[in-house]
Write a protein of this length. Structure first.
Lengths: 387, 185
C-alpha cells in the first residue's frame, strides 16, 4: 500500500519488527507455558512479589504504589469500557464506520431529489464496507454495502443504482446476503459485473435511495455515492497439482515469463478451499493461531477468507514448499522472499484462483467469494429478488 | 476446516462470523490460554523485564475477570486486555521512575535489568535501546504498529488518542530512530 516510502524507512520497519520479535521470544519462548492464572481471591498476598523482592527500599512507597495500581485498574476498566463498543467493531469491518461516515457526507450533499412524496416508515441506512472515495483496488473487488435492516423489497434499491466505468453505464447486479456477526448491519449487498472490472478504470456508483421504500414500513434514510479506481488486472492462479503460483498482470506473466512461485497448500486434514478468492487485507506482521500453534510475527500476509486462509511467508516450511508437499493449515505458504515480492506487488481486490485445490468451494460469505456465485444465479439477487 | 486463523486482529478487519468458533460467550480461562503469550510479549516490550510483564498480564486478566459478564465478544475482550496491558505497563514505568527519583544514590545508572537481552543480536539491542529512549507514546505506537500488527485506528482506540496523534507519534518516533540508528546500519 505504501510503495512510495524510501527504502530506509522500510529497512527500519523491518529492523524494528525483528528486534521486537527477538526480545519477545527471548523473554517468552514458544515452549514456555502460561503460569497458572491467579484469580482475585487468592491473589492479593502474592501479587507484587517481584517488586517487593527486588527492592526492599520500595517499602515506604508501597502504599503509594498500591494506590497507583488501583487507579491503573480503574483507568483500565473505564478506559476499556469506553473502548467496548469500538472494540466490538473489531469483529466487523473496522473501517466501515469511518468510510460510511465520509461517504454519507458526500452523498447527503449529493442529492435530495425524490420527486414523489417520500415513503414513510422506519429508517434503513446504507453504508460502504470497504471502498471509499479515492480507493484504488484490484479488478476482483466487489462493491460491498452494509444495510442496517432486513429489507422487505429490494427492487427500489436495485432500480436506484447507477454504475459507470470510465463514464459509461454498465449493467452489473446486486446480490444480497444475510450478514453474521454484525448486529448493526444484518444485510450485505455486493455489486459486481459479469466479469472482473476493467483494469486502470475509474468507477462511479450512485445509489439515490433516500426517501424510497424498502418495503412496507421501511424507508431508506440516505443516498450513497462512491468514486474509486482499479489498478492493473492482477490474477494469480495456484495450481495444486504442480504446487506453483503463477501471476499475470494486465495479461503478461509477472515478474517475467519464466517465473512461478512454489507453494505449500493445506495438508489433507486441513485442505485449502477451491474457487476464486480475492485479497481482502494485507498485514506486514500478524499473529496467527490454530490447533497446536500460536505464532506472532508471521510476515507478508494477505488475507483471502474470513475463516483464515492467507498468502504468507512460512520460513519454517521451506522444505515442503521446495518439494511441493502440502502441509499447511489451509494457508498458501511461500518462501519469505516470494511472499515479500507478492506483498509488495499485489493490492486489495486482486484475484487469487484455486482451480483444483482439495477443499470445498469457498462460499461468498467466507470473504469476497463473489466470483464463486455463477452469473445467472447472481442475477436473481440472492436473498431478495431484484426484479 | 482451514485454520490459519489470525487471533489478534491486527491489520486484518474481517468480521468474525457468528457461526465461527471464536464467537460466543467470553470464557476467561480460555482467553488466558489463547492470549497469555501474546500479551506477556506485548508487555515485555513495554516494561522491558519479564517479571513485570507477567504481573501486568495477571492484573489485566483480574480486571477482565471482574468484568467478564459485561463482555460477550471475544474480540472485545482482547481489545480490553490490550488496553489494560498498556495502562498497567505505564503505571509500572511510572512507579519505577518515582522509585528512582527517591533513590538516585542507590540506583545504578543502567536501566532495569533486562536479563534476557544478552541473547539478542547487537543491532536488535541497539534498536530496542533507541526505542526505549523515545517519549512513552511514541514507543507504544511503534510497538503496537511493528510488533502488535495493529492498524492505525486500532492503535488509536487502544491508546485512547486520535488517529492523527498515532500518525504523528509514529512518524516522529521513526524520524528519531532513523537519526540514531541510521548511521549504524
Amino acid at each position: 500500500m505504501s510503495n512510495d516510502r524510501p527504502d530506509d524507512d522500510r529497512d527500519l520497519e523491518r529492523l524494528l519488527s525483528e528486534a521486537f520479535d527477538a526480545k519477545a521470544h527471548a523473554n517468552f519462548p514458544n515452549r514456555q507455558q502460561p503460569a497458572p492464572m491467579r484469580l482475585p481471591d487468592h491473589l492479593s498476598p502474592h501479587r507484587h512479589r517481584h517488586h517487593r523482592g527486588a527492592s526492599r527500599w520500595l517499602a515506604p512507597l508501597a502504599a503509594a504504589a498500591a494506590v497507583i495500581v488501583v487507579v491503573a485498574i480503574v483507568v483500565g476498566l473505564s478506559g476499556s469500557s469506553s473502548n467496548k463498543p469500538n472494540a466490538g467493531a473489531l469483529g466487523s469491518p473496522t473501517i466501515t464506520e469511518s468510510h460510511s461516515a465520509s461517504s454519507g457526507q458526500s452523498s447527503s450533499a449529493a442529492s435530495q431529489a425524490s420527486s414523489s412524496a417520500p415513503a414513510t416508515g422506519k429508517p434503513v441506512h446504507v453504508s460502504s464496507a470497504v471502498l471509499s472515495d479515492g480507493s484504488q483496488v484490484g479488478v476482483g473487488m466487489p462493491i460491498i454495502l452494509l444495510i442496517s435492516k432486513p429489507l422487505k423489497d429490494a427492487r427500489p434499491f436495485a432500480a436506484a443504482t447507477r454504475v459507470t466505468v470510465n463514464g459509461k453505464p454498465v449493467n452489473g447486479g446486486w446480490y444480497f446476503e444475510r450478514k453474521y456477526g454484525d448486529k448493526g448491519n444484518p444485510i450485505e449487498a455486493d455489486y459486481r459485473l459479469p466479469a472482473y472490472w476493467p483494469a486502470h478504470a475509474q468507477i462511479h456508483m450512485s445509489l439515490n435511495v433516500k426517501g424510497k421504500s424498502a418495503g412496507t414500513g421501511l424507508v431508506f434514510d440516505n443516498n450513497l455515492s462512491l468514486d474509486f479506481a482499479t489498478g492493473a488486472a492482477n490474477v494469480l492462479t495456484v495450481d495444486d497439482s504442480t504446487n506453483q503460483l503463477t501471476v499475470t498482470s494486465d495479461g503478461q506473466q509477472w515478474p517475467d515469463s519464466g517465473t512461478t512461485f512454489p507453494v505449500s497448500l493445506g495438508a489433507t486434514a486441513t485442505p485449502t478451499r477451491r474457487g476464486t478468492k480475492v485479497i481482502m487485507e494485507k498485514g506486514n506482521s500478524i499473529c496467527m493461531h490454530g490447533p497446536g500453534y500460536n505464532e506472532c510475527g508471521v510476515r507478508y500476509t494477505q488475507r483471502l477468507t474470513y475463516d483464515g486462509e492467507y498468502l504468507h511467508a512460512a520460513p519454517w516450511n521451506t522444505a515442503n514448499i521446495a518439494r511441493g508437499i502440502n502441509s499447511s493449515n489451509g494457508c498458501t505458504n511461500l518462501t519469505t522472499g516470494d511472499a515479500k515480492k507478492l506483498y509488495g506487488f499485489l493490492e486489495i481486490g486482486d484475484v487469487v484462483k484455486y482451480p483444483n485445490a482439495d477443499g470445498s468451494l469457498m462460499q461468498i460469505g467466507d470473504g469476497y467469494g463473489d466470483w464463486n456465485v455463477p452469473w445467472p444465479q447472481w442475477q436473481t439477487g440472492g436473498l431478495y429478488p431484484v426484479s | 476446516v482451514a485454520t490459519c486463523i489470525a487471533v489478534h486482529p491486527g491489520s486484518e478487519v474481517g468480521p468474525s462470523r457468528a457461526d465461527s468458533p471464536s464467537a460466543g460467550r467470553v470464557d476467561v480461562p480460555t482467553l488466558y490460554q489463547a492470549h497469555w503469550r501474546y500479551l506477556v510479549r506485548l508487555a515485555v516490550l513495554l516494561v522491558d523485564d519479564s517479571a513485570s510483564a507477567e504481573d501486568v498480564v495477571q492484573d489485566a486478566f483480574v480486571a477482565l475477570h471482574r468484568k467478564a459478564d459485561g463482555l460477550r465478544d471475544p474480540d472485545a475482550a482482547l481489545a480490553y486486555l490490550r488496553t489494560s496491558v498498556l495502562n498497567l505497563s505505564r503505571s509500572v514505568i511510572r512507579r519505577r521512575q518515582v522509585a528512582r527519583k527517591h533513590l538516585k544514590v542507590a540506583e545504578p545508572e543502567a536501566g532495569p535489568a533486562a536479563d534476557h537481552d544478552v541473547l539478542l543480536r547487537d543491532e536488535h539491542r541497539a534498536a530496542l535501546a533507541a526505542v526505549r529512549s523515545l517519549p512513552r507514546r511514541q514507543s507504544e505506537v511503534l510497538v503496537l504498529r511493528y510488533w502488535g500488527g495493529l492498524s492505525e485506528r486500532e492503535i488509536a482506540e487502544s491508546l485512547g488518542i486520535s488517529a492523527g496523534s498515532v500518525k504523528s507519534a509514529a512518524s516522529r518516533g521513526m524520524a528519531t530512530l532513523q537519526q540514531r540508528l541510521g548511521g549504524a546500519r
